[in-house]
Design a protein around this ligand. Structure first.
Ligand code: AGP
Length: 615
């Protein structure tokens, strides 16, 4: 969502803050800002609406450089208060305290009313300003900066990851987290804070991941951490395997394009050490995985967006092949229902970031409902709130995904879910050795098959032009391809802003067929499976209503191409597991090229953030 970066160094901090903001921009970007403490211990702040490049221009246009050795910065994705310079962070209280904040203070109106009575003047419409004033009011009562933060956070309801500096304490940044990730970067030239390690990779690969409720005092040569109860704690310093270069576009025009093309390697990396020649290593889900998998009788998956679509595909696999009942639910709904969770349930969260607030809360809610349940998180982030809260963790090894539209995270989630299905089915006795070997061999072929599908890019780019002026599109599929159609529709709408919907093709005649006319293109996926003939009939129904159709098929499906129906064979002989993964590729390429043809900002679509850490 929003991004935080800050640091105490022996050099000018401004270039590091700007670099960090650029690297964090993918998380949210309707405005950005930074503040440093000058030599004279006064605040120097710059804030701009729009991209970080606007902030850079703002800084360049100033007669006097913003220069100091301690500072904090923020990219904002608006929640409370419109995107504007006044609402952009950092916020200041009485020229003494300045704060950057990720998360939402839910009781901010209540606190604001108290603070107005205390004489505080509010300059923004944000919830964050109450944080600055709360800390300042504690300082006025005589507490030190760190004590003031410790006292202030007790009055906050909601979530926060904050960085705080004060003109009265020019040697330190205070960092605090609850519900929003925050880490500390350690280096010889200084210490830093950030909401995401990517912001700091050019400076260090050594990180301390703050835990829920932690408050840290970060100085040039020392970091002190207190837990929720104010006790001094030691948190381990961990070495990140990520490299700054991994988060560059390389020879590609956009991160999304790069990440689409990285999928063969991402899948190889996800499979590595998780399979042998012909079997799945179930202990790669954790050392207790075998015991847990043997004991479960059902699976509940909770996730959001693309991750939810991956869960829908898995439901078909898990019930069809591993014969375990499986339910999939949108996490933001799940957390507010009173679902029935039987004993022996494996609760699976899927999340690229591992920080999605709704998914995290769904897991917490599930644990409250039935404290015997076992949990597994499939995530692309090793150190995340979700992985910390789960009994088992499986990392997707997709590498950093920067494009807001998820691509390689989705296909690697599918591969991970196939491994999960296979492990559970095997341990429960529903998947034979022969079946397991077939599944594993099918998975090994995926990188080659994806490379084959990627060869269609030139043709898809050409076809994308016919979507440039469309307002809506319909995606059709049956079985797992319905879930893939949902993912295709989500991709198209989020980056090209074309309204897109997905339907199971058999459902068309129950309503949505009324939408079909020559202005409503239909995209269908036609694998060569037991539902193919049914799908062909559905396509006839669409054709006779005058729609232009685009069909991605298995070569053996033999859907007939005609004027109103362009058929693109993707590859042949795809199995139940490989088909949904491979048919995802042309849909990703289609949405990417449609978005480009509409001159949309592919990597940073409007109103969206990569990781949604607020409700
Ligand atoms: C995908 O293209 C989206 N940007 C979005 O739906 C995303 O998948 C969703 O917010 C969940 O994120 P997570 O996987 O990090 O939990």
């Amino acid at each position: 969502m929003c991004g935080i970066v800050g640091g105490v160094t022996d050099q000018n901090i401004t270039p590091l803050l700007l670099e960090g903001l650029n690297r964090l921009e993918y998380r949210g970007y309707d405005s950005s800002g930074l503040i440093v403490l000058s030599k004279q211990n006064s605040f120097e702040r710059a804030r701009s609406v729009g991209k970080v490049s606007n902030l850079e221009m703002n800084l360049k246009s100033r007669s006097k450089e913003i220069n100091g050795k301690i500072g904090i910065a923020h990219t904002r994705w608006a929640t409370h208060g419109e995107p504007s310079s006044l609402n952009a962070h950092p916020h200041i209280s009485k020229n003494t305290v300045s704060v950057v904040h990720n998360g939402i203070i839910e009781n901010y109106l209540e606190l604001k009313n108290i603070q107005i009575k205390q004489g505080y003047e509010f300059k923004s419409e944000t919830d964050t300003e109450v944080i600055a004033h709360s800390i300042d009011s504690e300082m006025q009562l005589g507490s030190s900066l760190v004590e003031s933060v410790q006292k202030a956070v007790k009055s906050f309801e909601g979530s926060y990851g904050i960085g705080v500096i004060s003109s009265k304490y020019p040697d330190q940044i205070i960092a605090a987290r609850k519900g929003s990730p925050l880490l500390i970067g350690i280096s010889e030239n200084g210490n830093y804070i950030a909401s995401d390690q990517m912001a700091l990779l050019s400076k260090t690969n050594k990180f301390i991941f703050l835990e829920e409720g932690d408050i840290a005092e970060v100085k040039l040569d020392k970091v002190t951490i207190y837990d929720l109860d104010g006790k001094l704690v030691n948190r381990p310093v961990q070495k990140s395997k990520l490299k700054a270069g991994q988060v560059d576009k390389g020879n590609f025009n956009h991160f999304m394009q790069k990440e689409i093309f990285e999928q063969p390697q991402a899948i190889r990396d996800t499979l590595e050490s998780r399979i042998t020649n012909d079997s799945v290593i179930s202990s790669s889900f954790g050392h207790k995985a075998d015991e847990i998998f043997r004991s479960i009788d059902q699976i509940q998956i909770a996730a959001c967006g693309t991750s939810y679509n991956a869960g829908l595909v898995a439901k078909y696999w898990i019930e069809d092949i591993a014969k375990i009942p499986c339910h999939v639910e949108i996490a933001s709904e799940y957390r507010y229902r009173r679902p029935i969770l039987l004993d022996n349930t494996l609760f699976v969260t899927l999340s690229q970031s591992g920080e999605t607030a709704d998914t995290l809360e769904a897991l917490k809610a599930a644990k409250k409902i039935n404290n015997t349940l076992k949990s597994l998180c499939i995530s692309n982030s090793a150190e995340s709130s979700l992985t910390r809260l789960s009994d088992l963790t499986f990392l997707t090894h997709a590498g950093p995904e920067i494009g807001v539209a998820s691509t390689k995270a989705f296909t690697t989630q599918l591969v991970s879910l196939a491994l999960l299905m296979c492990s559970i089915g095997k341990l429960k006795g529903y998947i034979s050795r022969r079946q397991e070997s077939e599944i594993v061999n099918g998975l090994k072929k995926l990188p080659g098959l994806i490379n084959e599908a990627l060869l269609q890019e030139t043709q898809i780019k050409q076809l994308a032009k016919s979507f440039t002026n469309k307002n809506s599109a319909l995606f059709l599929g049956r079985g797992t391809m319905y879930a893939i159609a949902m993912e295709g529709a989500l991709k198209l709408k989020e980056i090209s802003y074309i309204h897109a919907e997905a339907y199971p093709a058999g459902e068309l005649k129950h309503g949505p067929i009324a939408l079909i006319d020559k202005n409503m293109p239909v995209i269908a996926i036609a694998p060569n499976d037991e539902l193919l003939e049914k799908l062909k009939s559905n396509l006839q129904e669409v054709k006779s209503r005058g729609s232009k159709m685009l069909v991605f098929e298995d070569e053996n499906s033999k859907v007939q191409s005609m004027d109103s129906m362009k058929v693109i064979p993707i590859t042949s002989n795809l199995g139940r597991i490989s088909a949904p993964i491979i048919f995802t590729i042309p849909l990703q390429l289609l949405s990417y090229h449609v978005a480009l043809s509409r001159e949309a900002d592919v990597d940073k679509p409007r109103n969206l953030a990569k990781s949604v850490t607020v409700e």
